[in-house]
Design a protein around this ligand. Structure first.
Ligand SMILES: [Zn+2]
Ligand SMILES: [Zn+2]
Ligand SMILES: [Zn+2]
Length: 273
């Protein structure tokens, strides 16, 4: 079954341009003053999120602080579900912008998250989830805990969204596979039990924060090693910081590894494997 994946955001937690930074990548990502050359819009990276669409259905993974603008840009008017990878601000703070979308659904909009992430979402958005004195126009959402078994899946309209653990520094967070594609944002390492779930991929999307090693995110050389290990047909790096200029970085990568950019749309097969 044909599906599309759209990068709503491809940047690291601070976004590119980063506030107060005048480095070449941040400057190139800033809208120019009149008369100056057009910047490279692929260096303008909002907080990480992807939209997956198939057969009239739509799901997003993570709703960060840029979700409202991303949803307008992508024309998102309704959603069937939202999956979360972990509870950091750059992945959850847009949850409240699901309100108008959730009002369009006949039932509650289902959210899926692992236990620690669900607990964080409930704490941050307590007015949405508390049983008593719930704010009356809160998002109409149901927060579902994912089965922690690696490879357990949520089935939505004939498509299986498999979840499995990945390491984000010392924290364990959730990666997802859907058909022939997988999304591993905020990845530092892949535990052994998750490796079998990442075989025979058409598209592998993974974190590549910067050139230098980082304690909680994979860096360029390490992400290339993951691609060499898992051998997807294509790989796209995301959650990128401001030391990775789009053109200068891509030119040194093999042809099957590309940098994601905001609005990039990919086609793939989402049929259950
Ligand atoms: Zn992040
Ligand atoms: Zn910068
Ligand atoms: Zn994170």
């Amino acid at each position: 079954m044909d599906a599309t994946l759209t990068f709503l955001g491809s940047g690291t937690s601070m976004g590119i341009p980063t506030l107060g930074c005048n480095c070449a990548v941040c400057v190139s990502a800033t809208p120019p003053a009149p008369g100056l050359p057009e910047p490279d819009p692929r260096n303008r990276r909002t907080r990480p999120s992807v939209l997956i669409e198939w057969d009239g259905h739509a799901v997003v993974i993570d709703t960060g602080p840029d979700f409202h603008a991303q949803a307008i840009r992508a024309g998102i008017g309704r959603l069937d579900a939202v999956f979360f990878t972990h509870g950091h601000a750059d992945h959850i703070l847009g949850m409240d912008d699901l309100r108008p979308i959730s009002f369009h659904n006949t039932g509650n909009l289902p959210l899926y998250a692992d236990e620690p992430t669900a607990a964080t979402i409930e704490r941050v958005f307590d007015y949405t989830f508390r049983a008593e004195s719930r704010y009356p126009t809160s998002a109409r959402v149901t927060l579902n805990r994912l089965d922690p078994t690696p490879g357990a899946f949520v089935e939505l309209f004939g498509v299986r969204f498999q979840s499995f653990p990945i390491n984000h520094g010392r924290q364990t967070i959730t990666g997802y596979r859907f058909g022939s594609a997988a999304y591993l944002t905020d990845l530092w390492d892949i535990p052994a039990e998750s490796v079998p779930l990442l075989q025979d991929l058409d598209i592998l999307i993974l974190d590549a924060l910067r050139r230098e090693p980082h304690p909680t995110h994979s860096h360029l050389a390490k992400s290339i090693e993951f691609v060499n290990l898992l051998k997807p047909r294509r790989a796209y790096f995301t959650h990128m910081g401001h030391d990775l200029d789009h053109t200068a970085t891509e030119v040194v990568l093999p042809a099957h590894i590309r940098l994601a950019y905001d609005t990039l749309r990919l086609h793939f097969d989402i049929a259950p494997g």
